[in-house]
Ligand binder design. Structure first.
Ligand code: SF4
Length: 433
């Protein structure tokens, strides 16, 4: 997962660029980078680590009227290239499924590679053209997979979203400034208002704080990543017309309707389970309470690079609230169950140690059956609890008194989009792209 942000303004954009990327930190915590243009060439700076820890005292020399930025789980971006169109920097989010095939083709065409990252392939494919719009279109025709990207050239920004719209991208404005972000949560505290989502297949050119649609690549259907509403995106964001907060409450309410439970309280696996739990509580009229607290100084376990680090962070981050647990029966809402090990080895153990009477788990999405091929890091198929186990077997494995998952139909209804317009590959193990 990654977050991308771009801004063009009449005044210096560096503080807004820094904060715009900072507010996407939840999408990737390993690397971050900024690139700006001020008429005297394109500057670029990247770091390993969190945006605020690495950039707060390191913005000197990056002043400019336009810039792009990135926060990432896996690689350093932006990437800078010099091409026949001049120098440019690029940030990318997504996954190129036919990467190996394209790398071999490009090597045969005489290209050499500095990294084994998708961004380098995308940048080299774009750089073969005479214009960025043509380059993005030709790149899109050759790759299989998902992408959202921003490019900073000398004096112009380009933003593009793949024709299936897997990855989110949204346009915002403020007096004399235009911005593009992976999520609208970047805009709110910067005083930007939402213009609209970038359309599926749209290629935008941004110059002098104005934007223009240069092309829309046609597609027969969309594949919005459903997991954005379930887990990935920030609860403050609105994605493709639907508030993430409302989507999560709808998912929780659907669980309460289909799978009621006679319990004392409804709690969440924070933070992403909170919206689902509030929805469950509001629908069932059972009070919501803090069963677990996410410690403020812990990280998002899902965005750690290795399984060992993810396991360690998952154990560290959640603290039970003993006073709310003892002698009570609880419904715990979670966004998803990946391997089930966190639930089994950590959450259930903590609840039992604190004297819980009954544990009923409600999961916002259907059982995860397949890995993501479109840029969201999920485990391999064999690691997924639901790949080999039935719901009843998972219930016994994690050691709870009840377990239920939303159905695919309820998921689609909660998000308000037809199932053939959203990506459901995680749950169906069928890939349409
Ligand atoms: S497979 Fe899952 S995580 Fe990946 S794009 Fe589809 S819905 Fe999103």
């Amino acid at each position: 997962m990654c977050g991308i942000f771009a801004i063009s303004a009449k005044d210096n954009i560096i503080d807004d660029l820094f904060l715009g990327v900072f507010y996407l930190q939840h999408r990737g915590q390993q690397y971050c980078g900024l690139s700006t243009y001020a008429g005297d060439g394109i500057k670029i700076r990247t770091h390993r680590g969190l945006v605020r820890e690495t950039f707060t005292k390191d913005l000197g020399g990056l002043d400019g009227q336009m810039g792009i930025g990135h926060t990432s789980l896996k690689d350093r971006q932006p990437l800078k290239l010099d091409s026949k169109m001049g120098e440019f920097t690029i940030c990318f989010e997504g996954n190129i499924i036919n990467r190996e095939e394209l790398t071999n083709e490009l090597k045969k065409e005489g290209h050499s590679f500095y990294t084994d990252s998708d961004i380098e392939i995308v940048a080299k494919l774009i750089a073969q053209s005479d214009t960025f719009v043509d380059g993005i279109e030709k790149m899109a025709a050759r790759i299989r997979g998902a992408y959202a990207l921003v490019i900073l050239s000398r004096g112009k920004i380009y933003a593009a979203r793949d024709k299936y719209a897997f990855r989110p991208m949204i346009l915002g404005q403020r007096d004399g400034a235009i911005a593009v972000s992976s999520e609208s949560c970047s805009f709110t505290n910067l005083g930007f208002s939402i213009i609209r989502d970038v359309k599926p297949g749209e290629i935008l050119e941004i110059e002098d704080s104005k934007f223009e649609t240069k092309k829309i690549l046609p597609a027969e259907f969309t594949q919005y990543c459903t997991f954005e509403w379930v887990y990935t995106a920030n609860v403050c964001s609105t994605i493709d017309g639907l508030s993430v907060d409302i989507a999560r409450r709808n998912l929780g309410a659907a669980l309460a309707k289909r799978y009621p439970a006679k319990v004392d309280i409804v709690g969440a696996v924070p933070n992403s389970g909170i919206g689902h739990a509030i929805g469950y509580s509001q629908e069932s009229k059972i009070p919501f309470d803090n069963v677990f607290i996410k410690y403020d100084y812990a990280s998002r376990s899902y965005t750690q690079p290795t399984q060992a680090e993810r396991d360690r962070e998952a154990k560290v981050k959640l603290i039970p609230v003993p006073a709310k647990i003892k002698d009570r029966s609880v419904v715990i809402c979670d966004d998803s169950i990946v391997r089930g090990t966190q639930m089994k080895n950590d959450l259930v153990v903590k609840l039992r140690k604190n004297g819980v009477r009954e544990i009923h788990v409600r999961v916002a999405c259907p059982p995860l059956k397949a890995p993501c091929m479109y840029g969201v890091a999920t485990r391999s198929k064999n690691e997924l609890a639901a790949h080999q186990k039935t719901v009843e077997q998972i219930k016994d494995y994690i050691g709870v008194d009840g377990l239920a998952y939303n159905t695919l139909e309820d998921l689609g209804q909660a998000i308000g989009k037809p199932l053939d317009q959203i990506c459901t590959s995680c749950w169906t193990d069928k890939y349409r792209v």
